[in-house]
Design a protein around this ligand. Structure first.
Ligand code: NAD
Length: 459
């Protein structure tokens, strides 16, 4: 996975090196050296912090839980990235996720660098008291390297606002008298969190898709028809048509994305399938997403996966195998679960014409190349799922100013920021043969390279 990110960054650097308008002062040997330095700097993290958290379980036994904090790059500002609580998280994955955060923040002009944390636990196997201890120990072990102007963690899979509240409180204990509100984002509103943070990623995921397929086409239809670009043809084919949507994952990101799609007045959407760790639910005429959201809220986050549960939810659907969501006949597939979901063995079964990456790295390099070749539009993770970090940035700002925006202001600011990025990237994407992922990487790497050069980091 990390090699995939590295390879696209290298491709972007190669393209920039060929572009003589970029860093024109650098020519010949010095240019080659600078680009080789950039490859070295961007493809490796600045620091990897590791520890084993010593936890006394409620039953009296002591366990040592592996935990990481990776700080990839801080040229644009303090490191920023979530802490994943998952049984299969590992160092390589955390490095790659930190790398993606650097690229994502650069792409969207968020003044943060890239970081990420991981704790190897299945949170479902621990009591709230034990999870509280794990969260506090994480802060104790990494207190010297995190902080509002150093590295600002946030929630990721398996962690949420409860853990961020605990962590911020522990940080405040350890550093009395120092600013603490900006030490963690994704906190509860009462503890200085931002309104709209929980929904931000899912709303942003749906927004990127809607903006591309609706607003952008509305304003550029004639130009798109003339470009003779395979992706422009895919997008035009979907414009103003009724669209069927499938969503993989029904957690924080997936459930909000599905609800946005269900409620959208601008497009004629039907969410025909949603899935989670247990099953896929399918209904050709569209699923009742609000009832499913209500059901999961009362059932530990799980969708109904038995006939009795389905009856209790009041939703009409067929229960299918968990992975069937990927190959369902639909126009749009939104991925909001895990990494590596579309890969070598299932890439040929994908029928969707647009794939939106709510999760990080859900499509492998091999599948990505195959689908691009087919003209499938893939809205990549660093473009689509940045809503969380963008609103985290607003949360950090609000904590500094101790002035808080209302929900409408937050969403307006979020969509304005994402629209700005889309408006920069889409004309390039529909006008050249690169994939949308390559276009996003080139833009992001260009900005990082320029900043590293101007900061004198390439000597
Ligand atoms: P979450 O833990 O709230 O939800 C994950 C969902 O995926 C759950 O519904 C779970 O049942 C489901 N799932 C697990 N294994 C599955 C499988 N094999 N097949 C289908 N579904 C499966 O996590 P989340 O916060 O919604 O994050 C989802 C993804 O989005 C992750 O990749 C995360 O890194 C990424 N992401 C999240 C945020 C955020 O703000 N939460 C921001 C950016 C990216």
């Amino acid at each position: 996975m990390q090699s995939q990110t590295r390879a696209i960054v290298q491709e972007s650097l190669n393209a920039l090196m060929e572009d003589t308008n970029f860093l024109p002062d650098l020519t010949n040997g010095p240019r080659e050296k600078a680009f080789s330095s950039l490859a070295a700097v961007l493809s490796t993290p600045n620091k990897i912090h590791k520890s084993f958290l010593r936890i006394v379980l409620e039953r009296g036994e002591i366990v040592r839980i592996p935990a990481f904090r990776v700080q990839h790059n801080n040229a644009l500002g303090p490191y920023k990235g979530g802490i994943r609580f998952h049984e299969s998280v590992n160092e390589e994955e955390v490095i790659n996720l930190a790398f993606l955060m650097t690229l994502k923040n650069s792409l969207h002009d968020v003044p943060f660098g890239g970081g990420k944390g991981g704790v190897i636990v299945n949170p479902r196997e621990f009591t709230p008291k034990e999870l509280n201890l794990i969260s506090k120990k994480y802060v104790q072990y990494f207190a010297d390297v995190i902080g509002p102007d150093k590295d600002i963690p946030a929630p990721d899979m398996g962690s949420g606002e409860r853990e961020m509240d605990w962590m911020m409180a522990e940080y405040k204990n350890i550093k009395p008298g120092e600013p603490y509100r900006g030490s963690f984002t994704g906190k509860s509103v009462i503890n200085g969190g931002s309104l709209g943070r929980r929904e931000a990623t899912g709303k942003g995921v749906y927004f990127t898709f809607r903006y591309m397929i609706h607003e952008f086409i509305q304003h550029n239809q004639e130009w798109l028809k003339k470009t003779n670009n395979v992706f422009a043809k895919t997008a035009l084919d979907l414009y103003e048509k009724p669209l069927s949507i499938a969503v993989q994952g029904f957690g924080n990101v997936g459930s909000v994305t599905a609800l946005e799609a269900y409620q959208c007045q601008k497009l004629q959407n039907k969410v025909i399938a949603v899935s989670d760790r247990n099953c896929t639910l399918f209904h050709q005429d569209g699923l009742d997403i609000p009832s499913l959201v209500q059901f999961t809220a009362k059932n530990n986050g799980d969708l109904p996966y038995t006939d009795e549960m389905l009856k209790e939810s009041g939703v009409t659907a067929e229960i299918l195998h968990r992975d069937e969501v990927l190959s369902i006949d639909c126009d749009v597939l939104m991925l909001a679960a895990l990494e590596d979901q579309i890969h070598q063995s299932n890439k040929e079964q994908i029928k969707a014409k647009v794939i939106v990456e709510g999760a990080n790295a859900p499509v492998t390099a091999d599948a990505d190349a195959y689908l691009n070749e087919k003209g499938t539009i893939i809205i990549p993770d660093i473009l689509a799922n940045a809503g969380g970090v963008i609103v985290s940035y607003f949360e950090w700002l609000q904590g500094r100013e101790t002035q808080f925006y209302n929900e409408d202001e937050i969403y307006r600011k979020l969509f304005t920021k994402m629209e700005g990025t889309m408006a920069t990237i889409l004309p390039k994407f529909f006008g050249d043969p690169h994939s949308l992922r390559q276009n996003c990487y080139i833009h992001s790497v260009m900005k990082l390279s320029l900043i590293l050069y101007k900061q004198g980091k390439l000597y």
